[in-house]
Ligand binder design. Structure first.
Ligand code: SAM
Length: 172
């Protein structure tokens, strides 16, 4: 997974462009490639994942950043992050929206933990989605996000699956 999705994880960080004073929430980081990439740019990166096995992989990959307080890991889900309201400037999600049990609850929770003016960037293998990227974009707007944009992105490599991506904002 770390190798297969690494380009997408890094691409999503480059789309979100977290700044040096910002806090990033990474939902479902898996082996932690996106966490590591976000930690090179942001002040604080919080990774939440319901899999203790994946959190262990993140712990290994980001050991230095965890030691320095740049990365925090939490056992949690998209719908129940356990974070205070308006904690994050940026939310990133790569290849896990199809696993959320209740997408409406998850988008509402991610809206709650974003500060006003914050952004969410989401990517998923298009073939894994049970709804179109346009329907997913509409769901973010139902949760209160605005200015949602959606597009597709082709990761490098002959076997890489096309990604559906979106970016949306919590209004200021
Ligand atoms: C297919 S992996 C993708 C990992 C990584 N983002 C990548 O693209 O390589 C899905 C990840 O989402 C996590 N996950 C599953 N259900 C979740 C949920 N409800 N909320 C947040 N993360 C979840 C899994 O434990 C796993 O780490």
């Amino acid at each position: 997974m770390a190798r297969g999705n690494a380009a997408t994880e890094r691409h999503v960080v480059s789309v979100a462009k977290p700044g040096p004073e910002e806090t990033v929430l990474v939902v479902g980081p898996g082996p932690g490639v996106g966490l590591e990439a976000a930690a090179e740019r942001a002040r604080l990166v919080i990774g939440i994942d319901p899999s203790r096995e994946m959190l262990d992989l993140c712990r290994k990959r980001c050991a230095d950043a965890i030691r320095s307080g740049n990365v925090l890991l939490r056992h949690a889900t998209a719908a129940r992050t356990g974070l205070n309201a308006e904690t994050a400037d940026v939310v990133l999600s790569v290849n896990n929206v199809h696993l959320w049990e209740d997408r409406a609850a998850a988008f509402a929770e991610l809206y709650r933990v974003l500060r006003p003016g914050g952004r969410i960037v989401l990517s998923a293998h298009e073939k894994w989605l049970s709804v179109s990227r346009h329907a997913l974009a509409a769901e973010t707007e139902d949760a209160g996000f605005t200015d949602t944009q959606t597009w597709t992105w082709q990761p490098p490599g002959p076997l890489a699956a096309r990604a559906a991506q979106l970016r949306a904002w919590r209004p200021s």
